[in-house]
Design a protein around this ligand. Structure first.
Ligand SMILES: Cc1cc2nc3c(=O)[nH]c(=O)nc-3n(C[C@H](O)[C@H](O)[C@H](O)COP(=O)(O)O)c2cc1C
Length: 380
C-alpha cells in the first residue's frame, strides 16, 4: 500500500527519503546510514555541505561500495551564484570587533558565565561560491542518482544535472519558494514545515504540504517537518504528498555520528523544547533549547546576519567543545525528536516506520477504530 508514483521516478520501493543533513564533516549522514536507508527500500541522501570537493568524491565511492541502490547528495547553494567571494574569516572577525562591540562583549561574558577556559577556534569550514561550484561539479561528475539543493536557487544546476541524468530535488519552506523551485525545473519538491530541525520557516507542515501540492501539481511533493513515525507518513499521503523526507528520525540511528550527548539531549527533550533561534547561525533554526540560547535571547541583542553570527560565536564554540560542554553547542533537531525514545539501527527505524504507515493506511481504508476509541473513560 505504501507505494506512490515517486517510487517509479526514483527507482525505490518505499517513498521514504533520509533528509540530507549536513554537519560534523558529513558525519550526520555518513555512508553507512545512507546505504542502510537505500538498502531498506528508501532513498538515503547524504548532506555534504561541509565537505571538501575531493572528499565528496570519496564519500560517494564509499556509498557505492555499500549499496547498488539509488541514493542522493545534498548541498546548500547560495541565493545567487553571482555573489561576490566573501571576506576571509579573519577579515570578518576584524570587522565584527570594530563594528559590533556589544556582541563581542556578550560573547566574552558568556565565556565567563559558563566558566569556559579560552581555547583556540578550529579552522572553520568556509563556504564560498567558488567552493560550492566545485562541490556541485564533483557531485554531478559522479552522476549520483539525486542531487538535493537545501537552500538557495538551483536554476543553474538543473540543466547541468539533466545532461548527466541526475535528478534534482529542491527544498521549500513556503509556497512561493516551491513555485520558484518548479520554475527552476526541479524534479521533486520537499515542502519543509516549521516543525523541522535545522533552518526552518514559519508555516506548519499540515498547512504547507497541501498548499505546495496544489501550487506545483503534477510535480511530486515530499513532506518534511515533525514526521517521526508511520502515522505521520500516512497523514502526509492524505495531504497529497507522495512521500516523506525524514531528518530527526534518523539522527537517533546508531549509524549517525552526532555527539552521543546530543542524541541523549534530543531523546530527553519535550516537544516545546525544540526552539527556533538565530543565536547560532543568524538565521532562524530549530535547535534543542539550552542555556546559551536562553542567555542570548535574554540579552535582547539581535543576532548578526549569516555568516557573521557563526563567526562571532566561534570562540565560545571552541571553548565549549574543549571543555566537553556539549550542552552549549547547537543541536539542531525537529519537534518530533523527543518522541523517538531510543537509539536503533537505521534499518530498524525504517522498518518500524513502514510497518506503522502500512497498518495506519489499512486501518483508515477499513474505517476500523479500536474498540472503545472516542469513549469517555470512567473517572476521566
Ligand atoms: C541536524 C540537521 C542538519 C540539517 N542540515 C541540512 C542540510 O545541510 N541541508 C538541507 O537541505 N537540510 C538540512 N536539514 C533539514 C533536513 O533536510 C530536513 O528538512 C528536516 O530535518 C526535516 O524535519 P525533521 O527533522 O522534523 O524530520 C537539517 C536538519 C537537521 C535536523
Amino acid at each position: 500500500m505504501l507505494r506512490t508514483p515517486i517510487c517509479d521516478l526514483l527507482g525505490i520501493r518505499y517513498p521514504i527519503l533520509l533528509a540530507g543533513m549536513g554537519g560534523l564533516g558529513g558525519g550526520l549522514t555518513p555512508p553507512e546510514l545512507v546505504a542502510a536507508v537505500s538498502e531498506s527500500g528508501g532513498l538515503g541522501v547524504t548532506g555534504l555541505t561541509d565537505v571538501a570537493p575531493d572528499d565528496i568524491r570519496k564519500r560517494i565511492a564509499r556509498i557505492r561500495e555499500l549499496t547498488d541502490q539509488p541514493f542522493g547528495v545534498d548541498l546548500l547553494l547560495p541565493a545567487s551564484m553571482d555573489e561576490a567571494e566573501p571576506e576571509s574569516l579573519e577579515a570578518m572577525w576584524t570587522r565584527i570587533l570594530l563594528e559590533h562591540p556589544r556582541h563581542v562583549a556578550l560573547t566574552r561574558e558568556l565565556l565567563g558565565e559558563f566558566n569556559l577556559p579560552a581555547a583556540p577556534p578550529a579552522a572553520d569550514w568556509f563556504m564560498s561560491p567558488k567552493v560550492i561550484r566545485e562541490q556541485v561539479q564533483a557531485v554531478l561528475e559522479e552522476k549520483v542518482p539525486l542531487f538535493a539543493a537545501g537552500l538557495g536557487d538551483p536554476a543553474w544546476v538543473v540543466p547541468l544535472a539533466r545532461a548527466r541524468g541526475v535528478k534534482v530535488l529542491g527544498l521549500a519552506g513556503a509556497a512561493r519558494q516551491a513555485e520558484r523551485q518548479r520554475e527552476a525545473g526541479v524534479d521533486v519538491i520537499v515542502a519543509q514545515g516549521a516543525e523541522s530541525g535545522g533552518h526552518t520557516g514559519s508555516i506548519g507542515t499540515t498547512v504547507l504540504v497541501p498548499e505546495v501540492v496544489d501550487r506545483v501539481s503534477p510535480l511530486p511533493v515530499l513532506a518534511a517537518g515533525g514526521i517521526v513515525d508511520g502515522r505521520g507518513v500516512a497523514a502526509m499521503l492524505a495531504l497529497g504528498a507522495q512521500g516523506v523526507w525524514l531528518g530527526t528520525a534518523f539522527l537517533l540511528s546508531e549509524e549517525c555520528r552526532l555527539y552521543p550527548e546530543h542524541k541523549q539531549q534530543i531523546m530527553a527533550a519535550r516537544s516545546h523544547e525544540f526552539v527556533v533561534t538565530r543565536a547560532y547561525t543568524g538565521k532562524p533554526a530549530r535547535d534543542v533549547r539550552n542555556a546559551l540560547i536562553d542567555r542570548w535571547e535574554r540579552s535582547g541583542l539581535p543576532a548578526l546576519p549569516m555568516p557573521l553570527q557563526w563567526v562571532l560565536l566561534r570562540e565560545v564554540r571552541a571553548a565549549a567543545l574543549a571543555a566537553g560542554r556539549y550542552d552549549l553547542l547547537n543541536n539542531p533537531a525537529g519537534q518530533g525528536g523527543g518522541r523517538l525514545g531510543r537509539l536503533r539501527p537505521a534499518r530498524a527505524i525504517f522498518r518500524a516506520i513502514v510497518a506503522e504507515a502500512e497498518a495506519t493506511l489499512e486501518r483508515l481504508a477499513r474505517q476500523h477504530w479500536p474498540a472503545g476509541a472516542g469513549e469517555r473513560r470512567q473517572g476521566a
